[in-house]
Design a protein around this ligand. Structure first.
Ligand SMILES: *Cc1c(COP(=O)(O)O)cnc(C)c1O
Length: 393
């Protein structure tokens, strides 16, 4: 029995549902990623994927910094991993958030628009006098045809509220390089063009961004090529090919001595270290299909509802049944796992092979370490919150 299974079995019914995170597995995974990346490639963890303080701290030795995308994340991450470099990105930064970031001494700003650049310059004069603030304009760059075929969330090269069109980003970069804003220093260029990309696609994106950035003809120390490494929810054993990605990035750093590349993965770092464990409350048949209703649901684990997939899961059979009433049991081979919410959207996985699934059996959903609890609508229907457990064997 794995440590995870033993832990889930050790919980009482009223301790379920629960999020269980394996910090040792997270560290091992992050170390593998770090190992295959060449020198002059920095990793900033995109905190929005999972900002649990324990997760941020466990990643500490394997990342160069953290990417935050709001004033809330900024304050939270600065407290959870004090003293670590932060990059402040994201659209719609408010003047108050920018002031707080400047006072905290944030290392880098990813600037999303011309308005934001002027606001940042003015704020830097006020809140960081005598200091030059490092800026990376974010560019919304078209990527070569076909590169993003597999992308689930493309945001580059088409109309989006993110970043600047190439021509405007170029103007901003040139103005910064020419000293138009004495408080601000052009450190480099930032792009995050899509999510859900395989390694070969990510390499093409990185090549496109670096070639555009170095073609500007202005001095750049860094190019941030974004996150978006794929996680395969249909095949939970499969991993993004970090080694192939590392080789592609190595070719880029060799071609551009003096340039530091930065990546900012979120999902592909933390998805694998989290599980959502629960128990079956009821099993029933409805118009030819069998359903198991589990304690909790998509108000805790919204990932399958928002991405339209079946969350991978496994069943832990529980032999004991403490109640005097009969135990409901599935008659067929496949069971749809739904939660406790009064909406047909509250489905965690459809037609899962689970012959004989009974009330009281436990179900453990995997790949729940990223964009899971923190993107869910916890208060809908006012069910209790899950427990949180951090294993660290
Ligand atoms: C969300 C986001 C990331 C991380 O994306 P993943 O798909 O989780 O790797 C990185 N950079 C920016 C700017 C983002 O918005």
């Amino acid at each position: 029995m794995t440590v995870l299974d033993a832990h889930v079995r050790s919980l009482t019914s009223d301790q379920l549902p629960a999020y269980v995170y394996d910090l040792a597995a997270l560290r091992a995974h992050a170390a593998t990623v770090r190992d295959v990346l060449p020198e002059r490639v920095e990793v900033y963890y995109a905190a929005k994927a999972n900002p649990e303080p324990e997760i941020l701290a466990a990643l500490g030795p394997y990342v160069d910094g953290y990417e935050v995308s709001s004033g809330g994340e900024l304050a939270h991450v600065a407290k959870a991993v004090p003293g670590r470099p932060l990059a402040f990105g994201g659209p719609g930064k408010t003047p108050d958030e920018v002031a707080a970031a400047l006072e905290l001494g944030v290392e880098r700003f990813h600037v999303e628009s011309g308005y934001e650049l002027r606001m940042l310059a003015e704020s830097a004069r006020r809140y960081a006098p005598g200091r030059r603030v490092a800026v990376l304009p974010r560019v919304n760059l078209p990527v070569p045809d076909g590169s993003l075929a597999g992308s689930s969330l493309a945001m580059g090269g088409r109309p989006t509220p993110f970043g600047m069109e190439p021509e405007q980003a170029r103007e901003v970069a040139v103005a910064l390089a020419e000293g138009a804003y004495p408080q601000l220093e052009l450190r480099g260029v930032h792009a995050h063009l899509a999510s859900g990309l395989e390694a070969a696609e990510q390499v093409r994106v990185a090549e496109t961004v670096v070639s555009w950035a170095t073609g500007l003809g202005v001095p750049l120390a860094e190019v941030n090529v974004g996150g978006g490494m794929t996680v395969d929810y249909a095949d939970p054993q499969r991993r993004f090919d970090w080694a192939a990605y590392g080789e592609g990035l190595a070719r880029l750093t060799e071609a551009h001595p003096g340039l530091t590349l930065r990546i900012e993965p979120g999902r592909a770092l933390t998805a694998y270290c989290g599980w959502y464990a629960t128990e079956v409350l009821d099993v029933k048949r409805s118009h030819g299909e069998e359903f198991a209703v589990v304690r909790g649901g998509t108000h805790h684990l919204r990932t399958p509802a928002t991405k339209g997939h079946d969350q991978p899961c496994s069943v832990l059979a529980v032999e004991s049944w403490p109640h005097p009433w009969p135990r409901p049991e599935a008659g067929g081979e496949r069971v749809t796992l739904a939660g406790q919410l009064c909406t047909p959207k509250d489905v965690l996985a459809r037609r899962v092979p689970a012959p004989g699934l009974r009330a009281g059996d436990r179900v453990v959903f995997s790949l729940a370490g990223a964009y899971a609890w923190n993107i869910s609508h916890h208060d809908f229907l006012m069910h209790p919150r899950p427990g949180f457990h951090f294993l660290d064997a």
